[in-house]
Design a protein around this ligand. Structure first.
Ligand code: S3P
Length: 424
């Protein structure tokens, strides 16, 4: 797809539902008794992979576009899947479902696309094995395809080396089937949607500092869930609003959970003009974001902040490229094991656009302020890379061609439509 620079960005956008929360709603709804109703569910390819997997395990799920109805069969109601479970491109589905499958009374095999088959699974295989789970990498490379043979599990206290909500959630979900309490401590707090939503379904789950503890064999009860807009998708419009001269964008109904709102903190510290309107702190917090064009300056982004903006770092790179001065990103080695190696890919193509950017072992250093020019970019089939360069193209001189632009279907199928609607 070819992109041209814009003169202006104005208007309102309503961001589609949060990907992390949509996945969890389907999973927990499937394990609950009764029906779970989900509105504003993200109809992206990743979340559809989750629906597909639970349908294959006997769960009836009605998807009517305006709402999803999940007819849960209880904690022990899943059936052995009729065929291999295909996770598509979804790391969240693969890792979370592994925690659930470890405690079932059947064997299952999971696989996914070329990207999934390269992503590290040792991080979940290790704790699930410690719990008594039987989970093997069929090709012996610690990646999918995985074969999981359900087994009796016991509770553990797992100290995770990575701040990963996927690892934390896999262990907590396995903990629902264990013979005692299961605790997970992480080095920095990662997104806590599992903790919030499992409690809301009726699980006995408590959190103290960076440790979450779950008790086994809860009776989960179907819920009504309204999914807030995904701040990770809003991030592209936050960046567009800040970077395009004269821009003013109202981004409606965005989830602002403090374990996800690092982009807001960073954008403001860089000098970004963002006002929160209509804040609502009932359940998962939400707000409308009014974003206006701002002169940005470089900052240091590191430590506990990193997990709260991990998926937004590619577009934060674009913001840093346009900021005055140097931005240093540290402690973000996780970027290398996302849908693509996001350090390599961002460095390669932002450099090609004229940015002064250097990759490091755990992040990047960006000396901002050089004008960007259009070039040919390959998304590496990574949705966040495609969207980040679509934003860079708005302020680059000349034309930007993005190969693999369809990758946006993973998390934001209408992204280009919304972007075009706001562009002048
Ligand atoms: C997610 C957790 C994050 C994030 C991913 C979604 C989740 O991954 O990058 O897009 O829904 O739990 P990690 O937990 O591996 O950091």
């Amino acid at each position: 797809m070819i992109f041209q620079p814009v003169k202006q960005m104005k208007g309102e956008v309503t961001i589609p539902g949060d990907k992390s929360i949509s996945h969890r709603a389907v999973m927990f709804g499937s394990l609950a008794d009764g029906t779970t109703e989900v509105t504003n569910f993200l109809q992206g390819a990743d979340c559809l992979s989750t629906i597909d997997a639970f349908r294959k395990m006997g769960i009836e799920i009605e998807n009517t576009q305006e709402k999803i109805l999940i007819h849960g069969r209880g904690l022990h109601g899943l059936k052995a899947p009729s065929s291999i479970l295909d996770m598509g491109n979804s790391g969240t589905t693969t890792r979370l479902i592994s925690g659930i499958l470890a405690g079932q009374a059947f064997e299952s095999t999971l696989t996914g696309d070329a990207s999934i088959q390269k992503r590290p699974m040792r991080r979940i295989m290790e704790p699930l094995s410690m719990m008594g789970g039987s989970i093997i990498s069929i090709n012996g490379n610690d990646c999918a395809p995985l074969r999981i043979t359900g087994a009796p599990l016991h509770g553990i206290h797992y100290h995770s080396r990575v701040a990963s909500a996927q690892v934390k959630s896999a262990v907590l979900l396995a903990g629902l089937y264990a013979d005692g309490e299961t605790l997970v401590t992480e080095p920095s707090l990662s997104r806590n949607h599992t903790e919030i939503m499992l409690r809301c379904f009726g699980a006995d789950l408590t959190v103290e500092n960076k440790t979450a503890k779950v008790c086994p064999e809860p009776r989960l009860q179907g819920q009504k869930i309204v999914v807030p807009g995904d701040i990770s998708s809003a991030a592209y419009f936050i960046a567009a609003g800040l970077l395009v001269p004269g821009a003013e964008i109202l981004i409606k109904n965005v989830g602002i959970n403090p374990t996800r709102d690092g982009i807001l903190k960073v954008a403001r510290e860089m000098g970004g003009n963002i006002t929160l309107l209509n804040e609502n702190y009932d359940g998962e917090p939400t707000a409308d974001l009014l974003v206006k064009h701002s002169r940005l300056h470089g900052i240091v982004i590191e430590g506990d902040l990193i997990p709260t903006l991990i998926d937004e770092l590619p577009v934060i790179n674009v913001m840093a490229a346009c900021a005055e001065g140097t931005t240093v990103i540290r402690n973000a080695a996780e970027l290398k094991v996302k849908e693509s190696n996001r350090i390599d890919v961002m460095v390669r193509y932002l450099s090609a656009m004229g940015c002064d950017i250097t990759g490091t072992d755990d992040g990047m250093i960006i000396v901002g302020g050089r004008p960007l020019h259009g070039t040919e970019v390959d998304s590496h089939l990574d949705h966040r890379i495609a969207m980040s360069f679509a934003i860079a193209s708005l302020i680059a001189k000349g034309e930007t061609k993005i190969k693999g632009s369809d990758a946006v279907n993973i998390s934001y199928p209408d992204f280009y439509k919304d972007l075009r609607r706001l562009s002048r």
